[in-house]
Design a protein around this ligand. Structure first.
Ligand code: AMP
Ligand code: ZN
Length: 435
């Protein structure tokens, strides 16, 4: 196939049988390595598991959840001497203890190689100019892509998100060809380009966008491609595995190849925990196969997808995941930032002037996610009479922003004016369905 080119041909095209043999070997090394982490040492000893003789036996291993990570904060999952760890990342959207992930130098190098492999797969080359519009810091989107892009040899611009006029100025002057961007931000940027009268062909040189970190539909991808005049590729990852680089679309844009020499994917029924046959939709469960600092066994991602049973026409043998459909828990992803509603509740409930009922609405406006929070005032406090209403609103906004990092739009309403439900309170209304 003339259009397809491989970065690590041997491993990308490894026949399935050999790939599975490699996985079993790596899985057993991972179990061995996991014994060095206090949490797994206890769990695996209790279960009496030290080695598997086939990949199917993976079901003997226990699941690992985000809650396990939090409950064993900070070092319960660390499987090397602290001396050997060189990087810590953390996922947003956690209540209480954050989930932290450690990397050794080798882990970082493997991650860089994976990103390089993904980039090469979508035809990025060392001659490209790469503008990374994902945030740098604890979030893995910035640094993760950054080092892989440098490894490929691209001129890498660590600009981070926001400040669209500056983004456009850089894109123009440095002839940026590849961008890494949230889908929602890509659409907003496209709107601004149009407003500014920028000619995509004459003024810019864009040819590829890497989009991910939040659910988006095929229609949104096509819209981004049309409005920015480029090809957009879906990138899936989560900080618990490494970040971006777990699964990536190939040139053919028909599903995301999971790099199976580093991660073992399973799809389970989220209710029963049973492994589902290929082609059935369920929760993605991932096991790291090469990680040293923090091996994770059967990590429950809560992300919903399915494994595409057919082999991909690109020739790569690593199985494909279908575009992520959504999540199985109540985590909201607001412009790429993970938020649990309980984080909002926690902040609201410590403000004395407000009551107990509130409603969270998430909407898409001008391609951006907007978070509206309607909050009932305490009985006896009238929204009309309270002179300090604006100050109170600002205080709530500030406290929420500090907790969730997203700026909400808070509306104060009279006591008992919001709907009350029978049974389990439904307080979250996501109006973005279908995007
Ligand atoms: P974090 O650990 O903060 O990077 O967040 C990871 C989560 O972001 C994943 O578990 C998914 O829910 C979501 N996510 C990442 N990439 C994608 C993608 N390409 N499509 C849909 N959701 C994504
Ligand atoms: Zn493919």
């Amino acid at each position: 196939m003339a259009l397809v080119s491989y970065c690590e041909k041997y491993i990308e095209l490894l026949p399935v049988k050999q790939l599975q043999e490699l996985q079993l070997k790596c899985l057993n090394n991972t179990i061995k390595q996991a014994f060095n982490a206090p949490y797994y040492r206890n769990v695996l000893t209790e279960k009496g598991i030290s080695e598997l003789t086939s990949l199917k036996q993976i079901t003997k291993l226990p699941f690992t959840t985000k809650a396990d990570l939090r409950n064993n904060f900070p070092y319960g999952f660390l499987a090397v001497d602290l001396d050997e760890a060189v990087r810590l990342h953390s996922s947003s959207g956690t209540t209480g203890n954050p989930t932290v992930v450690f990397h050794t130098q080798q882990d970082i190098e493997e991650w860089q190689n994976l990103i390089k492999r993904c980039l090469y797969m979508v035809r990025a080359r060392s001659s490209d100019i790469f503008q990374n519009m994902m945030s740098y810091g604890l979030f893995t989107g910035g640094l993760g892509l950054h080092y892989g892009a440098e490894k490929l040899g691209m001129l890498t611009i660590p600009i981070g998100p926001g400040n669209s006029k500056r983004q456009i100025m850089f894109m123009k002057h440095f002839k940026t060809t590849i961008i890494h961007i949230l889908p929602s931000y890509a659409l907003r940027l496209a709107g601004l380009l149009r407003e500014m009268g920028i000619d995509l062909d004459k003024d810019l040189h864009l040819r590829i966008a890497l989009i991910g970190a939040e659910p988006h539909s095929e229609e949104i991808r096509r819209k981004i491609e049309k409005l920015l005049g480029l090809k957009a590729f879906n990138s899936y990852g989560l900080s618990e595995m490494c970040g971006p680089g777990v699964a990536f679309e190939c040139e053919l844009q028909q599903g995301l190849h999971v790099w199976e020499d580093h991660f073992y994917p399973e799809i389970i029924d989220p209710q029963t925990g049973e492994v589902l046959p290929e082609g059935e939709e369920g929760e993605i469960v991932l096991t790291t196969l090469t990680r040293q600092a923090m091996p994770l066994l059967r990590f429950r991602t809560r992300d919903l997808s399915k494994i595409i049973p057919e082999a991909c026409a690109c020739g790569r043998t690593h199985r494909r995941l279908q575009r992520i459909k959504g999540r199985d828990d109540d985590m909201l992803i607001i412009n790429g930032v993970n938020i649990f509603p309980v984080q909002i509740e926690k902040v609201l409930m410590r403000i004395p002037e407000i009551g107990t009922n509130y409603a969270i609405h998430v909407k898409k406006e001008n391609y951006m996610d907007k978070l509206y929070i309607n909050v009932e005032l305490k009985k006896g406090i009238s929204s009309g009479a309270l002179k300090e209403l604006e100050a109170l609103k600002k205080r709530i906004n500030d406290e929420l922003k500090a907790e969730i990092t997203v700026t909400p739009h808070v509306q104060l309403v009279q006591a008992t004016s919001l709907p009350v439900q029978e049974g389990k309170a439904a307080r979250v209304y996501d109006h973005r369905a279908g995007n």
